[in-house]
Design a protein around this ligand. Structure first.
Ligand SMILES: Nc1ncnc2c1ncn2[C@@H]1O[C@H](COP(=O)(O)OP(=O)(O)O)[C@@H](O)[C@H]1O
Ligand SMILES: [Mg+2]
Length: 250
């Protein structure tokens, strides 16, 4: 099985408030469609929430917990926005010939202090077995300490990665950059050095940005790649097991 993460930074206008990037979604859906036609069937897609998640979470301060009536209302609104957005991504995938099926993490994941403790992965794996391509996404999930908390797409990828032969994280950069150049490979040996070159993306982000992404991928045993989703041919190459410009983690 392969896992493809599509970054919220590419699928949405990340500086906006709940704004999808429809053209970019269609391009990436077409690439997944091509991979699917070429025989990539065993695939789970996880996508970020971008400005459908980060923006309302910051506006309503949901990162500190969901307890009051107002926070509960705001959490419902945020989850609904993320779900609607995921339906939009799923529709684009279906149009591109992929039998995609949106599966809201809010219904199947449980967290404790912002970390996933369990996902009912049986329903996801059954969906895959039945011939669908499951689509999960960054969402507000029940949290035993905080009431509800943000669960990043990156964290969901790491959770499912033990089943994967390859993880492809498509973001809005050519890979992890040091002095403007793509680092071909990050391991425990050079992580500390690379970490000094990680900056905030400048866009609202409540899940740790590039550093959070690398930390999640360092836990993954399968080969994991950070690749530029704005260059869809590179995403396709990785899904087909070919080499391309990217950063390999581990
Ligand atoms: N050294 C670095 N190399 C590459 N990207 C970096 C680096 N430091 C910070 N970033 C930022 O990380 C961002 C990608 O992370 P993020 O915004 O969380 O993307 P996604 O929406 O794909 O999860 C890039 O847009 C970039 O601005
Ligand atoms: Mg991110």
């Amino acid at each position: 099985m392969q896992i493809l993460k599509l970054g919220g930074s590419v699928l949405t206008k990340k500086h906006g408030f709940m704004e999808a990037d429809t053209a970019s979604i269609a391009k990436l859906a077409a690439v997944v469609g091509r991979a699917y036609k070429a025989g990539v069937r065993d695939l789970i897609i996880v996508h970020g929430a971008g400005s459908f998640g980060h923006a309302p979470v910051l506006k309503y301060k949901l990162n500190e917990g969901v307890r009051t009536k107002k926070q509960t209302w705001a959490c419902a609104l945020t989850h609904s926005a993320c779900s609607h957005f995921s339906s939009h991504v799923t529709d684009a995938l279906i149009k591109a010939g992929v039998p995609a099926r949106s599966m809201p993490p809010a219904d199947i994941a449980k967290s404790k202090n912002r970390r996933i403790v369990s996902i009912d992965e049986k329903v996801v794996l059954k969906c895959l077995k039945d011939g669908y391509v499951p689509v999960l996404f960054g969402d507000m999930v029940p949290d035993s300490v905080l009431g509800c908390s943000v669960c990043s797409g990156d964290q969901i990828v790491a959770y499912f990665a033990r089943h994967a032969k390859r993880v492809v994280m498509a973001s809005d950069v050519d890979g992890v950059l040091v002095h403007g150049k793509v680092v071909p490979c990050i391991t425990r040996k050079n992580f500390a050095e690379v970490k000094r070159h990680l900056r905030c993306s400048g866009a609202p982000d409540v899940t740790g940005g590039m550093e959070g992404k690398i930390r999640e991928l360092m836990k993954v045993r399968a080969p994991a790649y950070i690749v530029n989703a704005k260059k869809p041919a590179r995403v396709l190459a990785l899904l087909l097991g070919k080499k391309t410009i990217s950063t390999r983690i581990n």
